[in-house]
Design a protein around this ligand. Structure first.
Ligand code: GLU
Length: 340
């Protein structure tokens, strides 16, 4: 080894050590994470605001007292508070992972070109939003875009498509998930609005195949049961560039993760997405089952389950707990200290 190579290698090594020291310094310490989780859990445990979603009849029957918090780091450390075993249906949080699947299979431009990546400014199941731009200029996290995304998953039969979706979710969660049959049947019997949305997206040429099948598979994907720990591992997989920090498996293409999180940031919490981003800076997604996931890129994935929702459809406790915890741990990616 000549001197200059030796020097260069040494400099590179020093730079790497410095970078990893910076990164290690930026990651919250175990005691701080535990304290933040326990504080948020205790603070909101007695909170009695909001109500379960009831437009899907089975959701009204879910125990409103389920309250669990989980945070998972890119190193695979899991922190929990409260009930992280009880399962609820994943609902709209599933949209994030189907979007990721379509981007991996058909390229990020497939989503961009077919339904867009803009916030609609309308409710998540808005017909008006479809009519406004003939099904374009929306995003895969509202129902029209989400059902369309489901219709874009490749497969020669319903079974093949469904298995691909479920396996993809399993990869994100790091375990085998199952469908809540009661929720699936309850929503399938009452989802005429989503059927209408799919028909319109078909009429405008965004859904190419059978719109009824797309709605049916979408309804099933929304009925997958998850607990707070599952959701936190799924969120942490996004925080970790698409690699599940528990199983070590790369479950989606790293290059698509930033785009998924961008849409979560602009459209993840229904009509309150702007307010949420303002308060936390975190890409997130909520579901009417009562779960919310949020991602602090490179730092942690967090999830809270608590079924009572506010008027916008977001879990009351989950929003408060995640905001407190993330802000206590410096999770806001927009928060930077000036260089002197
Ligand atoms: N399956 C629900 C629907 O399509 C999901 C809604 C949500 O969680 O936002 O209405």
């Amino acid at each position: 080894m000549n001197f200059s190579l030796f020097t260069r290698t040494g400099l590179l090594l020093a730079a790497c050590l410095f970078a990893s020291a910076l990164r290690a310094e930026a990651l919250p310490a175990k005691a701080d994470i535990e304290a933040a989780l326990n504080a948020a859990y205790a603070k909101y445990k007695a909170l009695q605001e909001g109500a379960n979603a009831d437009y899907i009849p089975a959701l009204a029957k879910v125990d409103p007292n389920i309250y669990g918090i989980a945070l998972v780091t890119p190193e695979g450390k899991i922190y929990t508070a409260g009930d992280v075993k009880s399962e609820v249906s994943i609902q709209s949080i599933s949209k994030v992972f189907t979007m990721a699947l379509v981007m991996d299979e058909s390229g990020p431009e497939s989503i961009f070109n077919n339904m867009g990546v803009d916030a609609t400014g309308q409710v998540f199941n808005s017909i008006v939003a479809i009519e406004q731009y003939k099904g374009a200029q929306m995003n895969p996290l509202v129902n029209a875009g989400a059902i369309t995304a489901t219709s874009m998953v490749k497969g020669s039969s319903r079974e093949e498509i469904w298995n691909k979706i479920l396996n993809h979710y399993n990869d994100f969660a790091g375990r085998e998930l199952s469908v809540n049959k009661e929720v699936f049947e309850s929503e399938a019997a009452t989802n005429q609005r989503n059927q209408a949305i799919a028909e319109l997206m078909y009429a405008y040429g965004h859904i190419k195949g059978d719109p009824d099948q797309a709605t049916d598979i979408y309804t099933e994907q929304c009925s997958v049961n998850v607990n707070a720990r599952d959701l936190a591992v799924m969120a942490a997989t996004l925080a970790n560039g698409g690699r599940n920090p528990i199983t070590g498996k790369q479950v989606m293409k790293q290059e698509n993760v930033a785009e998924v999180m961008a849409v979560m940031a602009t459209a993840g919490l229904y009509d309150d997405s702007g307010q949420w981003l303002y308060l936390t800076g975190l890409p997130a997604k909520s579901g009417v089952g009562g779960g919310i996931i949020a991602v602090s890129p490179g730092r942690f994935g967090i999830a809270v389950i608590s079924p009572p929702l506010d008027a916008a459809g977001n879990s009351v406790r989950a929003q408060k707990a995640i905001a407190d915890i993330s802000n206590a741990l410096g999770g806001n990616p927009y928060e930077v200290a000036p260089v002197k």
